[in-house]
Write a protein that binds this ligand. Structure first.
Ligand code: MN
Length: 192
């Protein structure tokens, strides 16, 4: 079965102080759809056609990796968001953030700085690298921490298409808005 576009898990019109419904519409309906379509074209008639997106991402390279990883990364990014502002961080994850980064405020500062400094197009991740170990990592283009064996908890898309209609060159403002709309229940649910 070819991959299909999953509906967003919320109504984009419910977001205040983040990005516009127009950005969601282009980002989800055009950009993500294009990655899915391109991945489907590349896997048609190959052994990859029986694999999941994650399996393809972990076993491919070049153009197929780029399209499959972009499709996976976008599903993940959209799942990391909620219209709710400043959602409480579940206790277990909050404790881990404090033990790894000092405080939630220190994490927020470091994560925002990493995302602002992620040169060009890419993704900035909060990931789990061990039972009680969290790290921030930036990847370029379609990069994903699972390729290096790490467990992603959270990602922000810093490709310009994610924010340009609303924020133009002000990536830092988009990142700050992203951080106030994180679905921390989703991130905490990823902990292993
Ligand atoms: Mn994107």
């Amino acid at each position: 079965m070819p991959f299909t576009l999953k509906p967003l898990p919320y109504n984009p019109a419910d977001f205040q102080n983040f990005v516009s419904p127009e950005t969601f519409s282009f980002h989800h309906g055009r950009h993500l759809q294009a990655y899915i379509d391109a991945a489907n074209k590349l896997i048609a008639g190959t052994d990859y056609a029986a694999k999941t997106l994650e399996e393809i991402m972990l076993t491919s390279s070049g153009p197929l990796f780029n399209q499959a990883a972009q499709a996976w990364n976008h599903d993940f990014y959209f799942a990391c968001l909620t219209p709710e502002e400043h959602q409480a961080i579940p206790a277990k994850l909050k404790t881990l953030i404090e033990s790894n980064f000092g405080s939630v405020a220190d994490f927020t500062r470091n994560y925002a700085a990493a995302a602002a400094g992620n040169f060009g197009s890419g993704w900035t991740w909060l990931m789990q690298t061990g039972p009680n170990k969290l790290k921030i990592m930036s990847t370029s283009n379609a990069g994903n921490p699972m390729v290096d064996g790490f467990n992603p908890l959270l990602t922000v898309d810093v490709w310009e298409h994610a924010y340009y209609l609303d924020y133009q060159n002000c990536r830092a403002d988009y990142i700050a808005a992203f951080l106030s709309h994180v679905n921390w229940d989703f991130a905490a649910g990823r902990l292993k």
